[in-house]
Every structure is written in C-alpha cells, then in structure tokens.
Write a protein of this length. Sequence first.
Length: 280
Amino acid sequence: MLSYRHAFHAGNFADVLKHSVLTLVLEYMTRKEKGFYYIDSHSGAGMYQPADEYAQKTGEYKDGIAKLIEQQDLPEALEPYIDLVKDLNREEDELSLYPGSPGIARQFTRRQDSAHLFELHPTDIEHLKEYSQRWNKSHVKQSDGYQGVLGLVPPPNRRGVVLIDPPYELKEDYLKAVRTIVNAYKKFATGTYILWYPVVKRELVEQMQSAFTKSDVRNVVQVEYCQKADTTEYGMTGTGLFIVNPPWQLSQQLEEILPYLKAKLGENETSYTLKQLIAE
Ligand SMILES: C[S@@+](CC[C@H](N)C(=O)[O-])C[C@H]1O[C@@H](n2cnc3c(N)ncnc32)[C@H](O)[C@@H]1O
C-alpha cells in the first residue's frame, strides 16, 4: 500500500519541527572530524517544489515553512534550518525548493561521511536516485527501510544518525518503528535515532511511549507540537519526535523553538510538550 506521497506535505508544520531537529543533530555530528553514517529509512523524493501541483493542492507549506522564512526575529536554534532553506532558494524570489530529509543531510555530509537512503515508492525512488546522482557519498536503495537500518548498524566508525520517518499508512508502523530502534540499539547503543510520528490517535502515541519505556533504550527525549487539541475525528492534529541520544544542547534548543513555532504558526488550541521520556 504505497499511496503516500510526501510532496503533498513537504514544508508543513510537521516537517518544520522534524527538519529543524534533523539540521541541529547533523550540524552537531560535523563538529567532530571522524566520519558518520546518516541512515534514512523512509527517504521520500529528496527535494520538493512548493509550486508544483501536489504542494499547491494541499497548501500545507503555506502554514509551515513559508511563514517562517519571512520572519526577521528567528531564535538562534532555528537559524541553521531556515538558512539552509534560504540558501537553496537564493537565486529565486519565491520558495521554489524545499529540502526533504536527504536534501538536508546532503548539506552536512563530508568526504568522511556517507548517506544510506531507503525508499519504496516507484516514483519517489526515481526522483531520489536522480537527486542523489552527483552526491558521491550517497547510497540509494529501493528496499524496506526498517530492514535497511538493522543491516547497517553499527557503522564502521561507531558514529551515526538514523532517521525513521514512516508514512503510518499502516497501523503496524507505530510499533514497528519503535521495535526497529530497540533492535538497532542492541547493536549500536551510542547512535542517535530520530523517530517521527503524527498525532492522529492519542492511544497510538501512548503505545509507542510504553514500548520505549519497557525496552533497554536509554536517554530518550520526546517532543510534541500540536496545532489542535486531540480529537477522535479523522486527521493529524500534531506532530512528535522521539530522539534517542540527542546532542546535549538539543532540549535547550527545543525550548527556544517550540514557543516560537506556537507564536508564528499556532492557532487557539496549539500546545507543545518536551520531556526526557527515559533518563540517560
Ligand atoms: C513521510 S515520507 C518521508 C519523508 C522524508 N523522510 C522527509 O523528511 O523528507 C515516508 C516515505 O516512506 C516511503 N516508504 C513507505 N514504506 C517504506 C518502507 N517500508 N521502506 C522504505 N520506504 C518506505 C514512502 O513511499 C514515503 O515516500
């Protein structure tokens, strides 16, 4: 069942939170000379065009990146992400390109690093291959990303960032994603893992939290930004991330980012939470 296309959603409020965290994590990884693996289990197309028919159909980026990119009073923690998006568009008057997670990783991977990108969708894999053609240190595979992660850890240098960003078309994805991290952690406990989730049904998020707390995984931060209050009706009201072994300043940076997002993108019911779900 591969009906999900990220092009409809690229640059929305969920991408803003996920991609600003990814940017901060990758920037932190490049502070050391030693190379690292970037592993993206669900990569999408790599780069998106907000002017295309998909993005225009939903207009989601207009309530996300398009609002932020105009701001003059950005908190320091959001600058690396916004600067990256601005740099991609520096020749343009408008927002013509928006980076997916591989597009962000590409800006940070050096000669000593490598990116391992998994994608299943027949159209998006072709976009991703084309996008990665001249990216020497990238390895693109049309295969299952959950298996892909487990096959690549631990990386040779024992330094790595794993992003798990499933479409959640299937309910199984919620626990499968956590299980993948729990199993990868057994082989590579010092890696940084970022798991994205939508808030659609509160009990599904609680099941993920409980699977983490029952596991051996340590040092998990959970951040959530909800545009609307929880509801039993259909649709995504919020977005969240579990981050295992985050860089030491990440929580502090999120404390700057979250109120800013609420002020600039929020609605009446908007709320956020940030907690150390599992201690170090
Ligand atoms: C939410 S999107 C990814 C967005 C991307 N990570 C980003 O931040 O720009 C999820 C992607 O996972 C792909 N996908 C679904 N199941 C997969 C699987 N088992 N392995 C790899 N990719 C999968 C979908 O085709 C879709 O493109």
